[in-house]
Design a binder for this molecule. Structure first.
Ligand code: ZN
Length: 415
């Protein structure tokens, strides 16, 4: 049995992708930008087409509500984000927003009235591409981030999030009103592209995520002595870059040796003073460590520190700063079981997966029972213009959410 319509999904994905600051060079839709406003207005119209009552909350999240037989009950909320990274793809985020709209369209198409409301949400600033940090909507909605902080965070041009919100047409003084009351959500469901190669490699249709990896980010800084590249003998050098590179070359093997799906990435390095003819005296790099088990994350942090400190012992100063630590986040076990059952009933090839990336679902998991479904990413590519998921594959993921939404709202799915 198939429910969702791949052509309807395609029209929404492609329609939304027209609101893009870099056409022809991937999708760029930064939160509160003119493209973001146009995208939001277009999405609102598509939500109304699907029979939803639309409102924009105080920080610009878009909500579409399908009224339930008992409007007083907390809604089943389905959605994701509609901001993008610079020059990213058209599916990361929008796939989950479109999934919510398609679920609502299926209720309407089959004349189903849910027992409790179903709400579709399109969220702002998940990527953090404009204001940093990321997951901003879900953190504000669930009370993890105080909306007053919108005055403190700024984009690369120095525009604060509060100023951008005002330019977007909303009142920063009311931003705190976006926060949800405890119990305001019955269940949160998100569909997201996998952004990795596993489903495609195994020829599988969907992954039901049971937890989000634990994550730590360190910043290591090596300090040496600057000097002239031509006049300082090799024997007398304290080269911070040579030290940093010696340490970082050993780090990936730590993750390989510890195994257990641990990954370690050095993604950013800064070399100062940065002259071609100057011995570097200060070099810093980031270390991103992820693993499904908290003990593995903490072991890998300790081993990373030991390697860096050992290299630093050779006449260089080192500092290690832990900038972020998030324990693995389990998602709702009953929802995981239900989503798995629905996928089986649909005859889909599925698997359980740990998510290696943070998603809005990770934040909602502490606020309401939360479920997360992945669909395949072609070649595992994401955050790039080549990001792709076939619309038929997206439809299969939507079917899983549709059956879940039926069950959670006391509706018998169409035979
Ligand atoms: Zn995303």
């Amino acid at each position: 049995m198939r429910y969702a319509d791949p052509a309807r999904i395609e029209a929404l994905i492609e329609g939304l992708d027209r609101f893009n600051a870099t056409p022809g060079q991937g999708t760029t839709r930064l939160t509160y930008s003119p493209e973001f406003r146009a995208a939001s207005d277009w999405l609102a119209a598509r939500m109304r087409d699907a029979g939803l009552t639309v409102r924009e909350d105080a920080v610009g999240n878009l909500w579409g509500r399908l009224e339930g037989r008992d409007p007083a009950l907390a809604p089943v909320v389905i959605g994701s984000h509609f901001d993008s990274v610079p020059h990213g793809g058209r599916f990361d985020g929008p796939a989950g927003v479109v999934a919510g709209i398609e679920v609502a369209a299926l209720f309407r198409q089959h004349g189903l009235t849910p027992g409790r409301p179903v709400e579709v949400i399109a969220m702002i600033e998940e990527e953090g591409a404009r204001f940093g940090g990321g997951l901003m909507a879900s953190r504000i909605l669930t009370g993890r981030m105080d909306a007053a902080r919108l005055h403190d965070i700024a984009d690369g041009a120095g525009v604060t999030a509060a100023e951008a919100l005002a330019a977007y047409g909303l009142d920063p003084a009311r931003a705190h009103q976006a926060r949800l009351a405890p119990g305001a959500i019955h269940v949160f469901l998100e569909l997201h592209i996998e952004q990795g190669p596993v489903l495609e490699a195994h020829g599988q249709d969907v992954a039901i995520v049971d937890r989000i990896v634990g994550l730590a980010q360190l910043k290591a800084t090596f300090r040496g002595q600057a000097g002239h590249a031509g006049t300082t003998p090799m024997a007398n050098r304290r080269d911070a870059l040579v030290g940093a590179v010696t340490a970082l070359a050993q780090l990936p093997d730590l993750a390989r040796r510890i195994g257990r799906d641990a990954v370690l990435t050095v993604g950013r390095m800064e070399v100062l003073p940065g002259g071609a003819n100057v011995i570097p005296d200060r070099v810093s790099f980031t270390v991103d460590i992820r693993a499904p088990e908290e003990g593995v994350v903490t072991d890998l942090i300790a081993q990373t520190r030991a390697v860096i400190e050992q290299v630093g012992g050779n006449g260089l100063g080192v500092e290690i700063e832990q900038q972020l630590f998030a324990a693995p986040t389990p998602l709702s076990a009953p929802l995981h079981a239900a989503l798995t059952r629905h996928a089986e009933r649909l005859g889909l090839q599925g698997r359980t997966m740990v998510s290696g990336a943070g998603h809005d679902a990770m934040i909602f998991a502490d606020f309401a029972p939360t479920g997360l479904v992945f669909v395949p990413s072609r070649d595992g590519i994401s955050h790039a213009p080549q990001e792709w998921t076939d619309f038929g594959q997206l439809a299969k993921g939507v079917d899983v959410l549709f059956l879940a939404a039926c069950e959670l709202t006391g509706v018998r799915p169409p035979a």
